[in-house]
Design a binder for this molecule. Structure first.
Ligand code: XMP
Length: 520
């Protein structure tokens, strides 16, 4: 990675923590530019006049594994402020003559820490209290403090929870101020960068956009790039970013699977082709998908058929564009965080995310993933900065397999049409009642059950529509949204009265776990 030479910055040295990108994110939120570099790659020359402070991240290593965490210690220049977090804190102590050993009491999760002494680092961090709740995640701890270091705060199990050598501007914290569970953690980071490093604000979403555009141009030069556009937030932002960066060298492919929300294909074509004037190949593959899914009931089979067919169609059209060198993907940082380290440091592998590398490797295209260091809300902000329509940016998530996994049992055109209408009425009603943005995800599903009803003195025998609306932080866990009875009554009436094919509506009140958000 080449560093921005002249922009004042905080440099984060990554030792493979799961949270390193969160440190960068907090600094961005505070309006300051920062860069992350692996401890394996940092060189003394990287520390020029523009580096105003260093943060050493946490990591899965032990400080006694000397060869594994070794880095060019000449970067620790006299007078340059350094904040060590967790493992970084232990390194600072070790390097300066202290001792680190395995703790008798490991600390994972929330812990109380107690203020012992005033310091610039904790200005307004404890507010008026003596105790603050912080997020810990460590098995080792500093057991002997180096000379001239002072204890600023302690926890019950680790005496040296916040330490400083004020003269040398060296600071260490055993917990993670970058995670939201740490009460007031951002204030501590703010104190380090503004009070101790004395850096000035120099970063905004506009700067972020300009840097990403510059990075894309540097990466792809004059080559052609293809992008699978789904109409969702991430691929839309990637497409618009690349459109700004390389214009006509970007070729987007949008596959209408026939399993999209009502009018979605029209909206995508109107936004990207007509308004934003992008090179957009629109592929109507409705029939192909329906034929391949005929009589398929098993949810996993549905997913596989859809995934494979999507790739086949994408490849078919990609081949028609000559001389393509790159494939753009809307991979976000949370997609990568548990799969591998993004800076080259050693990270513990937790699981391989299903979205990473979903497109064909054998196409031998190099990947362009400009959002891979960003979080979802940052991507939404970037989208607004790129002048994308608010409706696209703030849409609820929609799964790749689309309506196919919201229709247990066999998939037919008739059922798809009924479901599209029901979903449309539900989402419209949420918008009209100002509920859409209070809900993380909402949709209608069509169950493979017919029940008896009575309408205008006549017997009906029609499908059951299930409504699902959930609150969530990240889709990993979820709870159902509590509607008022009047709303649920209104939408139930609207669906049953307006759509031929549905005569009963139920509301799903299960959380995740034990259920999942989607039905299949
Ligand atoms: P579940 O059903 O696993 O869904 O609780 C969690 C979130 O992931 C979305 N989802 C998908 N997104 N491809 C996607 O791009 C998929 O195959 C897929 N399956 C589920 C789901 O809509 C929810 O937001």
């Amino acid at each position: 990675m080449s560093l921005e030479k002249n922009l004042n910055k905080i440099l984060i040295i990554d030792f493979g923590s799961q949270f390193t990108q969160l440190i960068a994110r907090r600094i961005r939120e505070l309006g300051v530019y920062s860069e992350i570099i692996s401890h394996k790659k940092i060189k003394k020359n990287d520390i020029n006049h523009s580096v105003k402070g260093l943060i050493l991240s946490g990591g899965p290593l032990n400080v006694y594994q000397l060869n594994k965490y070794s880095f060019d210690k000449r970067i620790l220049i006299n007078g340059l402020p350094v904040l060590g977090i967790c493992f970084g804190h232990q390194i600072i102590s070790k390097i300066n003559g202290g001792k680190v050993k395995q703790s008798k009491h490991r600390e994972f999760g929330l812990a109380n820490i107690y203020k012992k002494k005033e310091s610039l680092l904790i200005k307004d961090f404890f507010k008026k209290k003596k105790i603050v709740k912080v997020w810990m995640s460590h098995s080792d701890q500093v057991s002997k403090l180096p000379k001239n270091f002072k204890v600023i705060a302690s926890s019950q199990n680790s005496k040296f929870t916040i330490v400083e050598n004020k003269l040398k501007k060296l600071y260490g914290v055993q917990f993670h101020p970058e995670v939201t569970h740490t009460e007031n953690g951002k204030k501590l980071i703010s104190n380090f960068i503004f009070e101790i490093c004395r850096i000035k604000k120099n970063w905004s979403s506009k700067d972020q956009k300009m840097k990403l555009i510059k990075d894309v141009r540097n990466q792809v030069m004059n080559n052609k790039v293809i992008c699978a556009l789904s109409g969702g937030v991430d691929s839309s932002v990637v497409a618009q970013l690349l459109n700004k960066a390389i214009g006509k060298n970007l070729h987007c492919i949008f596959v209408n699977t026939g399993l999209l929300r009502k009018n979605e294909e029209k909206q995508v074509v109107s936004t990207f082709k007509k308004k934003l004037k992008m090179n957009l190949i629109y592929v109507n593959a409705e029939k192909e998908f329906l034929t391949s899914l005929r009589n398929v009931v098993d949810p996993e089979k549905k997913r596989k058929i859809i995934g494979n067919l999507f790739i086949k169609i994408f490849e078919r059209y990609a081949k028609k564009i000559n001389n393509v060198k790159f494939l753009a993907q809307g991979t976000l940082y949370p997609d990568l965080i548990e799969s591998k380290s993004v800076t080259g440091s050693q990270t513990s592998k937790i699981k391989s995310h299903h979205n990473v590398g979903g497109l064909p490797k054998k196409m031998k295209l190099k990947l362009v993933e400009p959002l891979k260091f960003l979080f979802k809300d940052e991507v939404r902000k970037l989208g607004l900065e790129l002048k994308l329509n608010k409706d696209i940016i703030s849409r609820h998530p929609f799964p790749g397999p689309g309506l196919a996994i919201r229709m247990p049992g066999i998939i037919t055109k008739e059922k798809i049409d009924i479901l599209k209408e029901a979903d449309h009425y539900f989402i419209q009603a949420l918008k009209e009642h100002n509920l859409y943005h209070k809900i993380w995800q909402a949709y209608a599903a069509l169950l493979p059950v017919k029940t008896v009803g009575v309408m205008g003195d006549n017997r009906t025998y029609e499908y059951l529509c299930l409504l699902r609306a959930i609150t969530s932080e990240d889709g990993m866990t979820a709870d159902f949204f509590e509607f008022k009875k009047t709303f649920i009554q209104e939408i139930s009436n609207k669906i049953v009265n307006s759509i031929r094919g549905i005569n009963r509506v139920v509301y799903d009140i299960t959380s995740k776990p034990p259920s999942t958000i989607e039905l299949e």
